[in-house]
Design a protein around this ligand. Structure first.
Ligand code: PHE
Length: 337
């Protein structure tokens, strides 16, 4: 029996050296206990007088082994911690993960600049719906069904009398119906037309302006646009009005700005003319005022409408409108303020 104990001591002592985890130590301990139990079950076969001495040996053996397990547990625990530290180690010299800050889209930037400029002249912002009725988008703007001017603004119809608005001018009617003069509003927003080429897109943005009060003249329009041109482009930018036609303004004008690229000498951007067309405008047609319940003998007004993409393209030298909508960050991040 003593030999059995001796063998067990040797097995355990050598095997415990191999253990690497707390679990392995525990399993070995369980094995040891069952084998010891096995040995002790042979005690009953010993002569009575030998039993106490043997019991003492067993107890000492048990105690020694327990100390061994205890000591190994401490060692193994430390080993496990070291392993964990090594695998979870953070290399503080590694570059951090960077996240790019977002920025405003160039269209939003230009829209905000336009609002800032006109707000400085006392304009308030009004935003109309993108789905309009035929009445607000055309008829009330003195463009009845069958009017040839509708051709140029062919758009997406959602129902017989509902369409995606072709112009922010629809907002003029909505404001004049609700408010009494004096009126001074700016109406930015998306508009839709069946147009598609390098400088036209089926969806684009416009900025409408409307001023109605007693004694408003074309000079007021020219003065405000001159102020806008100087602030948006350069202090030497000049404004030129050319006669034009819109059903809802009379007289109507097309507004050109002196070319910011060549200063008016003539270059490729302005096609050699020194001028660049930027917007449509005019004195509000008396029929439009009447349609909204404003007395045209008492009040006059002017309106203008410009394409925000067009202003952005001129300001930033962008030659294809599509690049503004592709949202390639390499392109749009160049416009941060
Ligand atoms: N709504 C016109 C267009 O989209 C522009 C315009 C606005 C003209 C206001 C005159 C007055 O072409």
């Amino acid at each position: 029996m003593k030999e059995k104990i001796e063998t067990l001591r040797q097995t355990i002592t050598s095997e415990i050296e191999q253990t690497q985890t707390g679990r392995a130590v525990y399993e070995l301990k369980v094995r040891f206990q069952s084998e010891l139990k096995e040995i002790m079950s042979g005690m009953k076969d010993l002569p009575k007088e030998e039993r106490p001495a043997f019991g003492k040996i067993v107890n000492e053996f048990k105690q020694a082994m327990e100390e061994l397990f205890e000591a190994r547990s401490v060692v193994v625990k430390e080993m496990e911690m070291q392993k964990k530290y090594a695998s979870e180690r953070i290399d503080i010299t590694m570059p951090g993960k960077t996240r790019k800050a977002g920025a405003l889209h160039p269209i939003t930037l230009v829209k905000n600049q336009l609002i800032d400029i006109f707000a400085g002249m006392g304009f308030k912002v009004f935003e109309g719906p993108e789905i309009e009725t035929d009445y607000y988008n055309f008829t009330a703007l003195n463009t009845p069904k069958d009017h040839p001017a509708r051709d140029m603004q062919d758009t997406f119809y959602l129902a017989e009398n509902l369409l995606l608005r072709t112009q922010t001018s629809a907002g003029q009617i909505r404001v004049m119906e609700k408010e009494n003069p004096p009126i001074k509003i700016l109406s930015p927003g998306r508009v839709f037309r069946s147009d598609d080429d390098a400088t036209h897109s089926p969806m684009f943005h416009q900025m409408e302006g409307l001023v109605v009060d007693k004694g408003i003249t074309l000079c007021d329009l020219q003065g405000m646009l001159a102020e806008f041109a100087r602030k948006m482009f350069t202090s030497s930018t000049k404004v030129r009005l050319r006669p034009s036609y819109f059903p809802f303004t009379e007289p109507s004008v097309e507004v050109d700005l002196s070319c910011s690229e060549c200063g008016g000498k003539g270059c490729r951007l302005c096609k050699g003319t020194g001028w660049i067309e930027v917007l449509g405008a005019g004195m509000v047609n008396r029929r439009v005022l009447e349609n909204c319940g404003v007395d045209p003998d008492e009040y006059t007004g002017f309106a203008f409408g410009m394409g925000i993409e067009r202003i952005a393209m001129l300001k930033y030298g962008v030659n294809n409108i599509k690049t503004l909508f592709e949202n390639d960050t390499r392109f749009i991040e160049q416009f941060e303020e």
